[in-house]
Design a protein around this ligand. Structure first.
Ligand code: CP
Length: 335
């Protein structure tokens, strides 16, 4: 029996077969939502950032399984938490992650965490200190609800694609950067890249300039997964050739890593690439390709309404799937 990780912090250390088992269970849960098989169990949902889909789908999913979900917002209804380990807590936080994670572990059977990067220094943010600290001190499984990756979103996307494609192996998956007025988290881009590579797609990363290439941790992992599957990873700045023959177009905006903390310097580059919007003309170059986005999405900025409202867009299915895959994940980790 292969080793299944205790936490779900990232899919990098989960095998394709183990992830597929979760997807298969999610598909079964879609048909039979109310199992009640985790009756009496509890999960803490710790949100450092806002959410619509993640909070709703985790709370409702826990209810379907017979569990109780408790939402905690540190600094807003729950005490602010200290993560530094220098021993002197003379700032704003009232308690340390060493107490928070261990106390919650006495109450609940899993802890899920959303903690976005601070967007000041990528070398600090890429250490993912908040969720790594929860995982270090908790004695129950820890689930990533989006930090510098968004692994629950990966599962939801893959379930939506598997439901519409005969196979994902050697199909063309294009992850395209899109314009957004603000520099956003690279989490979903990192996640889209690695999950597509893990599930056998030929992956194209389309972005305006080399500044928008993702962190080497995810680029290298995607390259390795593609190699393992006999597929290829391509980096492109050319919109037309990237869209040509695509089976899937996945859109996301993100901030350029070399400009972390210097966003005013990035703005002119970002503003010069508004034409990366996903529109009907670009989708017409694809192989009748599917479109998706993790949401929330700005219509007419990242993608046209025509694309979002077309029958080839699976973004609502992907959002629905968050419910099913997270239930399957809780069953896997808690039972
Ligand atoms: N996609 C996603 O995680 O949505 P929320 O930010 O609304 O949770």
């Amino acid at each position: 029996m292969p080793h299944v990780p205790r936490h779900f912090l990232s899919t990098l250390d989960w095998s394709r077969a183990d992830l597929q088992r979760i997807l298969d269970d999610a598909r079964a849960l879609k048909k039979r939502p109310h199992t009640g098989d985790l009756s009496g169990k509890g999960i803490a949902l710790v949100f450092f950032n806002p959410s619509l889909r993640t909070r709703t789908s985790f709370e409702l999913g826990a209810h379907h399984l017979g569990m109780k979900a408790i939402v905690l917002e540190p600094g807003k209804g729950a005490w602010p938490i200290e993560f530094d380990d220098d021993g002197v807590m003379d700032g704003e936080p009232e308690e340390h992650i060493r107490e928070v994670a261990r106390v919650l572990s006495r109450y609940v059977d899993a802890i899920a965490v959303r903690a976005f990067p601070k967007f000041q220094d990528w070398q600090v943010d890429r250490q993912d200190k908040v969720i790594e600290a929860f995982a270090r001190f908790a004695t129950v499984p820890v689930i990533n609800m989006e930090t510098i990756t968004h692994p629950c979103q990966e599962l939801a996307l893959m379930l939506a694609l598997q439901d519409r494609l005969v196979t994902t192996d050697r199909k063309k998956f294009v992850l395209t950067w899109t314009y957004h007025p603000k520099p956003l988290n690279t989490a979903v881009a990192n996640s889209g890249l690695v999950i597509a590579a893990k599930f056998g797609f030929d992956v194209t990363l389309l972005c305006p300039t080399k500044d928008y290439v993702l962190d080497e941790r995810y680029m290298k992992a995607a390259e390795r997964f593609c190699q393992d599957n006999g597929a290829k990873l391509t980096m492109s700045h050319d919109i037309e050739s990237a869209y040509d023959g695509a089976d899937v177009v996945y859109a996301k905006s993100w901030g350029a890593l070399p400009f972390f903390g210097r966003w005013a310097d990035e703005k002119p580059i970002r503003d010069a690439h508004k034409h990366f919007i996903v529109d009907e003309a670009k989708m017409n170059r694809t192989n009748n390709g599917l479109f998706s986005h993790c949401l929330p999405v700005r219509r007419g900025v990242k993608v046209t309404s025509g694309v979002l409202d077309s029958p080839r867009s699976v973004h609502i299915d992907e959002a629905e799937n968050r419910l099913h895959v997270q239930k399957a994940l809780m069953r896997q980790l808690i039972s």
